[in-house]
Structures are given as C-alpha cells and as structure tokens.
Design a protein around this ligand. Sequence first.
Ligand code: SF4
Ligand code: SF4
Length: 685
Amino acid sequence: MNPIVMAILLVVMFAIFGYTVQGRWRLMNVGPATLPFDRPGERLRRMLKFACGQWRMPRHRVAGVAHIFIYAGAVIMLLRALMLFARGFVDDPHFGYWLFTTGAGGTLLGHAYAFVKDILVILVLLGIVVFLYYRVIRQLPRMTLNFEGLLILAILTGLMVTDALYDGATMARYNDPANGWEPLGSLIAMPLRDASAGTLTALQHIGFWGHVGLILGFMNILPYTKQFHEITGFPNVYFQSLAPVGRLPKLEDIDGLLEREETLGIKRIDQFGSKAMLDFFSCTECGRCQEQCPANKTGKLLSPKELTVALRDFAYKNQSALISGNSKQNGNGDGDEEPAPHQVDLVDNVVKPEVLWACTTCSACQTECPVFLSYIDKIVDMRRYLAMEKSEFPEQLATMFQGLENAGNPYSYPNDQRAEWAEGLDVPLMSEQPDVDYLYWVGCAASFDDRSRKIARAFAQLLKTAGVSFAILGPEETCNGDPARRAGNEYLFQMLARQNVELLNGYNVKKIVTACPHCYNTLKNEYPDFGGKYEVIHHSELLAQLIRVGKLKPRQPVNVKLAYHDACYLGRHNEIYDPPREILRAIPGVQLIEPDETRDRGMCCGAGGAQMWKEEEEGETRINHARMTQLLEVLPGSSNGRTIASACPFCKTMLSDALADKGHEDVKQLDIAEVLWQSVREIDD
Ligand code: SF4
Ligand code: SF4
C-alpha cells in the first residue's frame, strides 16, 4: 500500500502504546508484589476456560453471547491486523503470510480464515447492536451509559465496516469472482463492480487505512478505558486467588506491624498489592457484580463496580506521583507538611465508610465477575484499617467486640451457659469423653439464641438416633472469631483463633461437624493458617450421608411446600449446594420448590460480614426483607405448611425476623435438621 506511511504509523503508535503500558506496569507495582505464581497448571487451565473460553459469560444469556461474538471477532481480527500491517509493505492485496493467502491462488487455510472472519464481522455487528440496545434503549442500570462506552462501540463498528469495505473494494478492483469463502466481501463487491478504477482504489484505501488507523488508535486508548481488560483480563484470570473463596488472607505479624508503626489494613492506594491493582485495570464495568450485590439491590451506597472504578480512577489520576515515589510528603521541608493528594486516606476521600460497612461478604459479586476480581479481601482490608487503626466502626460492633473479648461470644452471655441448649439430651462433653469420632462445634448462635438452639437440639438428636459418636466442648468453646475478622478486627480474631486451635489440638481433634456455615468456613479454611488442621464437615453433609447409608430413615411425612435458601458461606463460599437438597428430597411429603434466585445466584440473608451485629446501612429496604420476598414468591397463597428452610442459624434469624416484621406468621422458618428430625423421630417423641 504505502510502506513509508505504514512504517511511520507502526513505529509511532507502538512507541506511544509501549510508553503508556510501561506506566501502567509501574503503577501496578507501586505496592507489594502479590501476584501468585504457584500451581501454574491449574492457573493455565482456568485462564483457558474462563478468559479464552469466556466460560462465565453466558450467565447473562443474551449479553454473554453478544460478548462472545465480539470477543471472537477481536481474536480473529488480531490476525487480520497482522496481515494488513504486512500488506502496507507488499503490493499484494491477498497477502496472508503464505498460509492465509486469499484470492484466486489462495490457500485452503486462507479461504477458511476469510470465511470465518466474514461471518464474525457480521456477528460482531450483531453483538454491537445488542449492547447499544442494552445501553441506550433499555439503559440497564448495571451498565454505565457514558461517552466512553459509546465511543468503544463506535470504534468497533468502524473496524468492522472498514474491514468489509476494504474486502469488497479489493474484490471489485481486482475482479475477484464472488465466492462462498468471502460472503461479506462478495456481497459488498456486487454493487461496486461497475465503479471506476479510481473510485475502487479510493474505497479500498479508505477501507484499508481506516481499518489500520482504527486498530492502532484503539490499541492506544485501551489503557485509558475499561477496554484495558482486553489485555489485562487474561493475566488477571491467571493470577486469581486459588485459595478457598471463604478464606481471608491472614494479616501477618500484627504486633510487629504495631511496633514498627506500620498501617494495619489498607489506608492508602499504594498499599494495594500488584494483584489488586491488576484487578482495578481489568474491570470491564459490565456491572454484573453490582446487579447481584444484595447491598446494592436494596439501595445501599455500595456498588462493587463503582468501588473498583473509584479506586482505579484515583490510581490513574495519581499515577505519576505514585510511580515517581513522590509519595511521602509535599516536600517543602517546613515540618508542617500535608500528605500529597495520592497519600490521603482512601476512606472518606475516595470511598465512603458506609460503602465498606454495607458489604455482607456474600461473594455474589466475585461469583459473577467474568474476569475474577476479588472484593471481600479489599473491603475487609479497608475495614481493618478503620477498625484497628482508627477505631472507627459502627457503634453496635463495639458491643460485639466486647462480648467476644470478655465473654467469648458476641451475645455477651456467660460462656458457662453454652451447653444449656442440650439439657435433657445427654450430650457428652469433650472434657468427659474425648475419644469420640466427631467434635460437634455448636457455635454461638445455636448455643445462645433460642431459635437456633432448636437446630442444635434437632441435630444432636439426629446424631444420637444414627448412633454417631460425638461430643461438644460446652463452656470451653468460644466464638471462632468470624464476626470480628469480617468487621476488620483481625487482632481479636487471631486471639480467638489461636485460643481455639490450642484447645482443639489439646484434645487431638480430627473431625469436626458444625451446623453453622460461618463456623464451618473459619474452622475449615482459616484455622489451617493458625496450625488448626481438621476434617470439617457441615451438618448437611453428615446428615445426607447418614440417610444414604440408612442410619437415618425419614419415615414420617412432613407435608410442606418448602423453599430452600442457600447460605452464602455454605454455597458460594464452600460450594455445598446439593446435600441440603438431598436431605429435603428424602423426606416424604416435602415439596421442594427452588426460588428463581438459587444456588450460586441465591441472595444473601443480610447477616454475613458482621452485619448480624450492626444496624443495616441506610437503603430502600432491608436485605432480609428482600430475600424473604423472593422466597415467598415461589410459595404463593396463604395455606399452612409454607416453609422456608435454611442450613445456617444466622439465615434462620434473619429470615424469621423478616417473616415476623412483615406479618407472615403462617410461614415457618426451619433449619434442615429441624425438618429432618420431624420425619425421623418416633411419632410419640
Ligand atoms: S460481597 Fe456481597 S455485599 Fe459485598 S460487595 Fe460483593 S456482592 Fe456486595
Ligand atoms: S468487577 Fe467484574 S463483574 Fe463487576 S463490573 Fe468489573 S468486570 Fe464486571
């Protein structure tokens, strides 16, 4: 075409791109190096599946498929770009690196490529129409309608149109016959066949240079827009955390940090590690996280997407200062220095505290995100700073912290009342009978809350009926520390964790069963960091097993219409979805109905992330009310026997509160153990 113009374009545009990307690279590395390099095989597998294979995209069927079209088009267009760059230097409109040659003397691979490309150009245009419809006409709240989004769609359209124009004009100019290998090119060429040579040359050049210019221009705006994910999305999926979803990273050496006066938690943007920064770069702003976030759904200030965008924009805005290391002070040396703008506290200046305190740590956002951004760790890290450095947290949390510190439970009940729920059931204590198969870890809710005590009683009776050898810790048990940890009080959590691990290891505990998903998650996924390694099993898993082997026989019909609510810390955090359903299906008379929002799309009850111990942040409605409404939608009418079942004492509290608040006294709220016990117990019990 024109080697000089092409050479200048390539050198200039790639030089600018390289300069921009090295800036972003340095920004990514201003904080601690946190990219994980373990288990490369597993990482590669996930990248191929989720980034290259776009596995999470069809969770939104239409938008997902539209995105897959555009993604596939972008991949195929990369090769096309390489061909067009080369055609700038060689005077051959069919050049394709000898393998992908098109035209009369083209190769089979070249024809096949041309065919796939033409089809994808059409599909990409279709995808663009879908996104325009969602953004401009439907104005989906999760998608931001802004200039950037529209500009990107316009550039993509331009790329497709110029590509088709170039092909059509080339075919007409060189009299390439219409053929099935190049359906779109052939179609465009048809009306051009009678045009003058000058017109065809002009159209071919417009198509060619237009396409090349748009590619190189687009490449250069990528790092400034959400489209940067086209590059960073792949490594971001590769470097995702492979730790259990429910495990929070341990804050190491708190005493040492305190002694050195280093920040506990995250206060400033440059304290986020390289993986967090890569997350910020990779957000596609699709809003899938926001759409599933229970806090956002109920009108709270928190939107996970907006949180990322705010942090990312702040990092971008202060990139030069962060990179240059001009990060300590304003530097006028008068000793009365203000922190540089990028050094300010993120909380209040970039993120409102209400945003952080609204999170239930339910992981709905993380489960949805197509590029695997993490949220809970970042939110808790900022809460750590607030709770431990500034002592700024919702006032009700102080009561919970005090309860944990002084009584070993968040209710502040005397801990020696822990085993009162078991009165009359002849449940052994570990101190009396340490050689049992299972330690039943009761947890604070089932120890002290009257509604949850019924879960413990039903479960203990089921274990006894099945002949399982178990014991409880009774007054020796203290809270596992989950509420303190999720509220940012890592110091208190670690104190409780070490104390509990010492106790459990002292009894040489091997297997633990618990009916509380929060206890389950902490004991199973977090205590190994403190030397506590146990086989932890949720009561739903053990009960399902006992039914399977015939040790529990649900015989009595329990005639109820029942909607099961998935607890976040059981489902999304630990992927236990089937055992509770297996139990319910084994009970005669139970008609199990799935709500629309179920399994990994199940909405949080509003208790997690220490929300149980504080007032809900301001919003349009309460999370437990919203969840109850979803569940009642599949239990229409007002007949007796409508039941909401769950497998978590905190879900039980939240949902039964919601039913009481809204006057649905006819609807029962039961744990799966309670439903099963109704069916297993002798009728005259
Ligand atoms: S963890 Fe749950 S509440 Fe927190 S931001 Fe994500 S979706 Fe929202
Ligand atoms: S965090 Fe993930 S789900 Fe949320 S907007 Fe960004 S890419 Fe989409």
